[in-house]
Design a protein around this ligand. Structure first.
Ligand SMILES: [Cu+2]
Length: 430
């Protein structure tokens, strides 16, 4: 006798064979939950349908669904939101369900999904399901495969998740503006056999960027390359949560790049294995070891490692300008330039003039300089040994012994065993 699950699976396959998409009445729209907290929300276990091991969206959350006649129904609201990039700076963005990036949509291979999109933006939009194999008319390219969704309208996208993997969603309507304003999210399709590709901790985040002048709140949407806020899930260090990991766990990190340049993401302390792209899982024979993986524009990369070495391990973009917050790129290099004489002359004209950069810029990490309202220091963050001197795309993988299975609370700084920290040498000959 078929089990209930097999029956439902068969039923959804039968629905798939009908090529006509059922029209759903507006009155039966599912709820559209909203989330505005910038902290990482604990991963929700599936309320119904096949089980899976949920992902943890860094500084984000996953969208609940309702099951209706065997179809998973989600409801996205495209709308203006306010996102805190880090304590001290907020941005006017566009996103979904209260936040930018939008919530992660999680489902299971073989699921039939119906995703409602209500447009509360001042202009039309669509949603493209980046990387998903689906019928052409569900691909979300405004003008090409569907009418644009006008303000106030709701459209339904309906398809079967044919394969597991890591995908993204974003508009294909006034794309430059809507992407620059922060409209994107993750779409994770779990394998139907939950033991396949299983890991203990599974983190996801989007790599994006904004150009927001100090003192303002709205991104400059025409910027092509010279962004000043390089973000993981629209957060910058020190606003990005740590990735908390139990020693011995198998860990996966999935990163999607919807910015306008590539990001070589580097993990300290481990050799990891590249196991996934948006094209699917990399077969074991083709996986390769790395310590840095370049995530190209419009692509996803997933890597895995076994967390056998406790500590606070940096995870960051290796383009050093991407680990800085708002800064001017036209500033002359002053290393080695004697500025004292000039400073005396200038301070006669500008009373608070400060000499900067003569010995490098490290002092700026600790300096308490007055900033315009609503911006962040260029490099910041205090660690147990002093200023970390980082901003932007930087966070820490905190590997600790003895955590509970689903404990993602920040455990504080690593306490190094005696004799395992680099130390100062007093050279008696000097
Ligand atoms: Cu980068």
């Amino acid at each position: 006798m078929p089990t209930r699950r097999q029956f439902l699976h068969g039923a959804s396959a039968a629905i798939l064979s009908v090529s006509v998409v059922s029209r759903v009445q507006a009155a039966s729209l599912p709820e559209a939950p909203s989330q505005t907290k910038p902290q990482t929300q604990p991963p929700p276990l599936p309320a119904n349908g096949p089980s899976y091991n949920p992902v943890v969206t860094l500084n984000g959350w996953s969208l609940p669904w309702r099951m209706k006649d065997g179809v998973k129904e989600f409801h996205l609201i495209a709308e203006a939101v306010v996102r805190e990039l880090a304590p001290g700076m907020k941005a006017n963005l566009w996103g979904y369900n209260g936040q930018s990036p939008g919530p992660t949509i999680e489902c299971v291979e073989g699921d039939r999904v119906r995703i409602f999109v209500t447009n509360k933006l001042p202009e039309h939009t669509t949603v493209h399901w980046h990387g998903v194999r689906l019928p052409n008319g569900m691909d979300g390219v405004g003008g090409l495969t569907q009418s644009h969704i006008k303000p106030g309208e709701t459209f339904a996208y309906e398809f079967v998740m044919k394969q597991s993997g890591t995908f993204m969603y974003h508009p294909h309507s006034d794309e430059m503006v809507q992407m620059a304003m922060g409209m994107h999210g993750f779409l994770v399709v779990h394998p139907r056999d939950s033991k396949r590709y299983r890991v203990d901790r599974d983190f996801v985040f989007l790599i994006n960027a904004h150009d927001i002048d100090p003192g303002s709140m709205t991104p400059k949407v025409n910027t092509m390359l010279d962004f000043n806020l390089w973000t993981f899930n629209s957060r910058v260090f020190p606003g990005i949560d740590s990735l908390v990991v139990r020693k011995g766990d198998r860990v996966r990190i999935r990163m999607g790049n919807l910015s306008m340049t590539s990001h070589p993401i580097h993990l300290h302390g481990y050799h990891f294995t590249v196991t996934g792209t948006d094209g699917g899982w990399v077969p074991p024979s083709a996986q390769w070891p790395e310590v840095t993986i370049d995530v190209p524009v419009g692509a996803m990369r997933a890597f895995e490692f076994v967390a056998d070495e406790p500590g606070d391990w940096a995870l960051h973009c290796h383009k050093s300008h991407h680990t800085m917050n708002a800064m001017g790129h036209q500033v002359p290099t002053m290393i080695g330039v004697e500025q004292q004489d000039i400073a005396k002359k200038i301070s006669g004209l500008v009373p608070d003039y400060m000499v900067m950069g003569e010995k490098g810029m490290a002092d700026m990490g600790a300096m308490e300089m007055p900033l315009p309202a609503n911006t962040l220091p260029m490099m910041t963050g205090q660690g147990p040994f002093g200023a970390i001197e980082m901003g932007g795309m930087f966070t820490v993988v905190k590997v600790r012994e003895g955590l509970a299975r689903n404990d993602y609370k920040d455990p504080g700084w690593y306490k190094h065993p005696d004799g395992t920290v680099a130390y100062r040498v007093d050279d008696k000959r000097a």
